[in-house]
Design a protein around this ligand. Structure first.
Ligand SMILES: C[S@@+](CC[C@H](N)C(=O)[O-])C[C@H]1O[C@@H](n2cnc3c(N)ncnc32)[C@H](O)[C@@H]1O
Length: 394
C-alpha cells in the first residue's frame, strides 16, 4: 500500500520563498547547460522565476482577507511543491488550503512541506487529476473562496470544472503558458484550443489576455456563471488572469456579451485597431480578429487595493508592484494599441519617446495612454495617419 511521503526518491534542498520554507528538488535537476535551468526537467516542478506569479496570488489573497471576516479556503489544483498554498496561509493569513497534484513525487513533496511549515491542521493534500479535484469540491460547503489553476501549457481542458469549485463571489486564478497560441504565433492551435482567429500583432500580449479571458468567460457561461476580471497580467512566458465568479444566468449573459471581434486595418507591417464589432463578416481592406473578451481586463478598485500593500514591507517583488502601476495607468477604454517601435521602424526613423507622443496626442484632443500589457505600445483613439504625422514632426 502507498504511504504518504513515498516518492521522495530524489535529492532535495531547502529554500525560502516569502514566508514559506520549502523542500524542492536540487537545482542540478533543472540544469540543461551551465547557465540554463528547465524546471519541467526536475522530478517535481518548482520554478524560482515564477515567484512573481505566486506574488500576484498572495496580493489578491491579501485583498480578499482584508475585505471579509469569515473563514477563507484556498484551492490549489496543480500545486507542484505546494509553495503557493503555504504562502497564502502564512502571508495572507487564510484559514485553510487544499493542495493537489497528480504526480506522486509532487504529492510526497507537498506532504513534507506541510510538515516543515507546521501546517498539518490547516493544509490538506491530495493526489488526483485536477478535474476530479474540482468536482470533489463542487458541492455547496466544499467550494473554494479562491481557486488556482496553474498547468503546463493551456488551461482549457480544466476550465469547466473550475467553475463548479468556486463559491459565488469567489476568485478563480488561471495561468496559461502556451503564449505561442495566445499571441497568434500558432494560429491553427489557437483556433482549435480557444476557438479564435488571431494574428501576431504589435500588441500581442493584450490579445493573449483577451483570448484567455474569452475562454474563461465561455467556460463560466456553460456553468451558468459570469466573470468579472479583477487583474490580468502577462509577463515572461505566461498570461495570468484573476476573475470574480458570479453565479447565475444574468451574470453569464453579461460576461459573454463582451465577447466580440476586433476590427483591424493592416498598413504594411502595422496593425491599426479600428474598433470592436459583432459581425463575423468584414468589409474589404479590414481584418477581424477574435472573438475576444473585449470588456475591462482589470478592476481599478482592486488594483488600488493591491498597490496599498507596497508600503507594508511585504515579501513581494518590487517588479510586481511596478506591473500593477503600469496596469492602473492604462485606461483600457480602447481595445488594442499601436506598436510605436514597429511604426517608427517602418517610417525609417528612430522611435520618439512614448511619453512625448502621448503628450502630443493628448494636447491635440485625443485620448492616449501607454498599454499596460505591451511595452512600446500606445492606446489611443487617434488613427495611424495622425500618429505618423506626429512621429514625423518630432
Ligand atoms: C506548472 S506546474 C505547477 C507549479 C505550481 N503551481 C507552482 O506555483 O510552483 C504544473 C503542475 O501540474 C501537475 N499536473 C499536471 N497535470 C495534472 C493534472 N491533470 N492534474 C493535477 N495536476 C497535474 C504537474 O505535476 C505539475 O506539478
Amino acid at each position: 500500500m502507498e504511504k504518504q511521503g513515498d516518492g521522495m526518491d530524489f535529492e532535495t534542498i531547502v529554500i525560502r520563498e516569502g514566508r514559506a520554507e520549502i523542500i524542492v528538488p536540487k537545482l542540478d535537476y533543472y540544469r540543461v547547460s551551465p547557465n540554463e535551468y528547465v524546471p519541467s526537467k526536475a522530478p517535481v516542478f518548482y520554478n524560482p522565476l515564477m515567484k512573481e506569479n505566486r506574488d500576484f496570488t498572495v496580493i489578491v489573497a491579501n485583498v480578499i482577507r482584508r475585505g471579509v471576516g469569515h473563514r477563507l479556503c484556498f484551492g490549489d489544483s496543480m500545486a507542484g511543491v505546494g509553495v503557493r498554498s503555504i504562502r497564502v496561509l502564512t502571508e495572507a493569513e487564510w484559514d485553510e488550503a487544499y493542495a493537489n497534484d497528480v504526480s506522486q513525487r509532487a504529492f510526497a513533496t507537498i506532504v513534507m512541506n506541510v510538515k516543515l511549515n507546521r501546517l498539518e491542521d490547516r493544509m490538506h493534500t491530495s493526489k488526483t487529476d485536477a478535474n476530479i479535484f474540482h468536482v470533489e469540491h463542487s458541492l455547496s460547503g466544499s467550494r473554494f473562496d479562491m481557486l488556482e489553476l496553474d498547468p503546463f501549457g493551456t488551461p482549457v481542458r480544466f476550465l469547466d470544472t473550475c467553475f463548479q469549485a468556486v463559491k459565488h463571489g469567489g476568485v478563480l486564478s488561471v495561468t496559461a503558458t502556451d503564449t505561442a497560441n495566445l499571441f497568434g504565433v500558432h494560429k491553427r492551435a489557437a483556433r482549435m484550443l480557444y476557438g479564435v482567429n488571431v494574428l501576431k500583432t504589435g500588441f500581442m500580449r493584450e490579445i493573449g489576455v483577451r483570448v484567455l479571458l474569452k475562454a474563461v468567460a465561455e467556460a463560466a457561461a456553460r456553468n451558468e456563471r459570469g466573470i468579472e476580471p479583477i487583474v490580468s497580467v502577462t509577463r515572461r512566458h505566461y498570461v495570468k488572469v484573476f476573475v470574480r465568479v458570479l453565479k447565475g444566468r444574468k451574470h453569464a449573459f453579461k460576461s459573454v456579451s463582451q465577447i466580440r471581434f476586433l476590427k483591424l486595418r493592416r498598413v504594411e507591417k502595422i496593425y491599426e485597431p479600428i474598433g470592436v464589432v459583432d459581425v463575423e463578416s468584414c468589409e474589404k481592406d479590414f481584418l477581424l480578429l477574435g472573438p475576444l473578451y473585449t470588456g475591462q481586463t482589470c478592476s481599478r478598485e482592486w488594483l488600488e487595493k493591491m498597490l496599498l500593500q507596497e508600503t507594508e514591507g511585504t515579501l513581494i517583488n518590487k517588479d510586481v508592484f511596478r506591473t500593477l502601476e503600469t496596469l492602473i495607468s492604462d485606461d483600457q477604454k480602447i481595445v488594442g494599441s499601436i506598436d510605436l517601435t514597429g511604426l517608427a521602424s517602418s517610417l525609417h526613423v528612430n522611435p520618439p519617446p512614448r511619453s512625448l507622443i502621448i503628450e502630443r496626442l493628448v494636447k491635440e484632443g485625443f485620448t492616449a495612454c501607454r498599454s499596460g500589457f505591451d511595452n512600446n505600445c500606445v492606446r489611443t483613439d487617434a488613427g495611424l495617419d495622425e500618429l505618423v504625422r506626429i512621429i514625423r514632426s518630432l
